[in-house]
Design a protein around this ligand. Structure first.
Ligand SMILES: [Zn+2]
Length: 156
């Protein structure tokens, strides 16, 4: 089994980071963290740095990096398509807000936190234990999944 890449996204790549997390990729994004501290994180965790900054990407210091050229998050995803893959088992496993793992939770336990029409129509829920966000496979989930399938189909 090949090792899955982990990423560190620059602050202005928040939407790309969200989509990578949706795909199940460990993607950190820190606000107001200087380049030297980012380098420390990259080396410690073995992450690939995603940046739109030519100066950072052109640095002489040795670290894994990828210069992102597009300003559109889906185009950005296409730019790194060689690094990533769509895997149905990995989708829906990572919090898109904070990058932590998601856990199954019984819907009865979160009854009060979910709108009635969602509760009545969905059986499967996951929760992020770090930030508390609750996920279900609603219309937003299905749209994102469909978009991703189209992106990866074009390549394959
Ligand atoms: Zn979270």
């Amino acid at each position: 089994m090949s090792k899955r890449p982990k990423f560190l996204a620059a602050e202005n790549l928040a939407r790309l980071a969200k989509w990578l997390r949706f795909l199940g990729y460990d993607t950190e994004l820190y606000r107001a963290v200087g380049f030297n501290n980012k380098l420390r994180i990259l080396k410690k965790d073995g992450r690939i740095y995603l940046t739109r900054c030519g100066k950072e990407a052109g640095s002489n210091i040795a670290f894994a990096r990828k210069l992102i050229r597009s300003g559109n998050h889906l185009e950005q995803l296409r730019e790194i398509i060689d690094f990533v893959a769509i895997d149905q088992k990995r989708i829906f496993t990572r919090c898109s807000i904070c990058n932590s793992g998601l856990y199954d939770i019984k819907k009865e336990k979160i009854r009060e936190l979910i709108p009635d029409y969602i509760y009545e129509n969905h059986e499967e829920y996951r929760i992020c234990r770090k930030c508390g966000k609750i996920y279900w496979k609603g219309s937003h989930f299905l749209e994102m999944k469909k978009t991703l399938e189209q992106i990866f189909k074009k390549i394959g």
